[in-house]
Ligand binder design. Structure first.
Ligand code: THU
Length: 160
């Protein structure tokens, strides 16, 4: 029997289509991106995370000469939050990425597979969806209401 999975997402084409809180997350992600340590790929990623208490924390990619020892922006932010605010629910994640010298043709950068898996873990832990936004620097933004839209057939602790 053939089955089908539908993925829902929104596509915004300008900051005027975003709410105030979404715009401030966008701004924080851009700022975080500027401090990325990415001398090997020259691909700069910033991530801003909104917690239920209203605080916003950010992260960026941290590379290493031994390539697998580096870490993506999303997990840099999420693991720090997990370590310091383990009981705070995560409401929104905003990601901005692209080559250091950004061009108008760079598309919004979706989270990599390992980051999707990590975000699923926090959704499962808090039993509440996390809204996820990813963007380029040309104010083009894609939003999903759960990382599950980007990772159907996900693996989580219920299988263990
Ligand atoms: N990168 C992220 O920070 N997040 C992603 O979701 C995609 C990739 C980083 C990892 C590496 O430092 C650089 O982008 C190129 O892959």
């Amino acid at each position: 029997m053939k089955k089908n999975i539908n993925i829902n997402y929104e596509h915004f084409k300008g900051r005027n289509e975003l709410s105030e809180v979404e715009n401030s997350l966008f701004e924080k992600a851009i700022q975080a991106r500027e401090n990325a340590y990415a001398p090997y790929s020259n691909f700069f990623v910033g991530c801003a995370v909104l917690l239920e208490n209203g605080e916003i924390f950010s992260g960026n990619n941290q590379e290493n000469a031994a390539f697998p020892s580096g870490l993506c922006a999303e997990r840099t932010a999420l693991f720090w939050i997990g370590a310091n605010f383990p009981d705070q629910k995560i409401k929104k994640i905003f990601i901005v990425g692209g080559p250091k010298e950004f061009s108008e043709t760079n598309p919004p950068i979706p989270p990599c597979g390992a980051c999707r898996q990590s975000i699923i873990e926090y959704e499962t832990k808090q039993n509440e969806n996390i809204e996820l936004y990813f963007s380029n620097l040309n104010d083009e933004v894609i939003k999903v209401t759960s990382i599950k839209d980007l990772l159907p057939f996900y693996f989580d602790g219920t299988f263990l």
